[in-house]
Design a protein around this ligand. Structure first.
Ligand code: TYD
Ligand code: MG
Length: 454
């Protein structure tokens, strides 16, 4: 094959350079130039570019464009469907990222085995041997499924096989092992990953195949090193877990066909991943006796309310600069809340170390956690437990006011469902209908009222 010339693109600003250099001449960033093939002849380049949606260059007005209804096919894995926004979309490219060993290959193999009968699929592995994959399928109880497997890493060959087989769903495990003829650089390099992904995206759009790309997460936490992959695909899913926990959280950080920040929860078992449909139950550690420094908060992951336990430990500090440590929460916010508590309620923790933790490895980034953080910290500070059957949520403003949060009624309902008896909530989140009588709702406007309620 004749050697094609290559060009270099800056990963940061996108400008083009004829040869590699350490620093991008346009934006000044270091180590951002990456190789890309030079599909030189103008006609050739154009046809390759129009491979995707750009079949026509004629102008059309918005209201006359023919809209393809995005057809969704449920996968049967309820938690995955939730994250994808209802199911698989034909022609979509989905990137699944996560640490090694978290269960990416397991999830996708399980998925394909489950849907293969209705939606013909193909599993391409560049990391494991076919016998390894088959042994895993055996473990998943799917050893007898006639799923086509392919052990290859060369994109053109894979695409050719796929065109022959015409699957509805294709899994590429992983994109980092793929390489294309068009580039001279080594497999795994930024440009190879990018170009291989581009070819697979083109294939997906042309044929309407749903493609899953497995991506390894680098030390910096990005999939495949550069963020380029995230721009090219339709959905970006992250698979994560707490160290040593058997629960796996899957989260969409980008979704062209649905909401982001939906959370799907699986448990890793002896026989693969099992969807967890009632996640609140797993994040609550119910001690038999209430202990100081712990309170339950209702947070929201996507559209689903989730009960999690917020713990705080407030202890006399021997340091000139007492520590503020937050796990699963924003540390700056904790410091701010403690300042509000001091200024508006006169409770000083300036000589105390404050540690706050969300149990179960969930990250809570919404402000509804504010009130729970303060209640947990106060409970620890005063060594007085918050009763077992209370839940708390609400945003705390800088002037000590308690602000409403979205989805108040849903949250209260979720807490009632799990047997909680009392909820401390922002006044503006007061439910319109008084909920099922079992639940007492205490509405608060100011932080001082919360102290009274405790
Ligand atoms: P794997 O899917 O290979 O992870 P990744 O592709 O993300 O690197 O997951 C491997 C881990 O999952 C391994 O440590 C064993 C565990 N596992 C189970 O606990 N139960 C199972 O049924 C399977 C197949 C794997
Ligand atoms: Mg794997």
């Amino acid at each position: 094959m004749p050697k094609t010339l290559t060009r270099f693109f800056c990963q940061s600003c996108g400008s083009e350079a004829p040869k590699w250099s350490g620093q991008c001449a346009a934006c000044g960033e270091w180590n951002t130039l990456a190789e890309a093939p030079n599909e030189a002849p103008a006609a050739g380049r154009r046809s390759s570019r129009s491979g995707g949606y750009a079949g026509t260059t004629a102008l059309q007005s918005l209201n006359e464009v023919q809209r393809d209804a995005t057809e969704r096919r449920a996968t049967g894995l309820s938690e995955l469907d939730r994250v994808l926004g209802g199911g698989l979309v034909a022609g979509s490219v989905n990137l699944l990222g996560g640490d090694p060993g978290i269960g990416k290959s397991t999830l996708l193999l399980q998925l394909l085995c489950a849907i293969h009968a209705e939606q013909p699929s193909i599993y391409v592995t560049g990391e494991e041997s076919l016998s390894q994959v088959s042994m895993r399928a055996q473990r998943l109880g799917a050893g007898e499924v006639a799923l086509p497997l392919l052990a290859d890493t060369q994109v053109e060959a894979i695409v050719e096989q796929a065109r022959r087989l015409q699957p509805k769903v294709m899994v590429i495990d992983s994109i980092q092992t793929m390489w294309t003829d068009a580039l001279d650089s080594a497999p795994g390099s930024v440009s190879q990953v990018r170009e291989s992904a581009a070819r697979l995206v083109r294939f997906a759009k042309q044929t309407g195949t749903t493609v899953f790309l497995v991506g390894h997460v680098t030390k910096e936490g990005a999939i495949g090193g550069p963020r380029v992959l995230e721009h090219m695909v339709d959905t970006v899913l992250y698979f994560e877990s707490d160290q040593g926990s058997r629960y796996r959280l899957i989260r969409a950080v980008k979704n062209r066909f649905g909401a982001v920040n939906e959370l799907g929860i699986f448990a890793m078992t002896e026989t693969g991943l099992k969807p967890v449909s009632n996640p609140s139950a797993i994040f609550l550690t119910r001690d038999s006796e209430p202990v100081p420094g712990s309170t339950v908060l209702v947070t929201r992951e996507g559209t689903r309310p989730l009960l999690v336990e917020c713990q705080a430990l407030v202890d006399a500090s021997h340091l000139g600069n007492p520590r503020r440590v937050a796990v699963g929460l924003d540390g700056q916010r904790v410091a701010m809340l403690l300042a509000v508590l001091h200024r508006h309620c006169g409770i000083a923790m300036a000589d105390q170390d404050v540690f706050v933790n969300i149990v179960g490895g969930v990250r809570v980034s919404e402000t509804a956690a504010d009130l729970a953080i303060l209640v947990a910290a106060l409970s620890s500070f005063r060594d007085r437990p918050v009763p077992h059957d209370w839940v708390v949520f609400g945003e705390v403003g800088l002037s000590g006011e308690i602000r409403p949060v979205p989805g108040g009624e849903d949250r209260i309902r979720e807490a009632a469902k799990h047997g909680f008896k009392r909820a401390i909530v922002p006044a503006a989140n007061k439910p319109r209908r008084s909920a099922d009588g079992a639940m007492e709702v205490v509405c608060v406007k100011r932080l001082s009222e919360v102290l009274d309620a405790l």
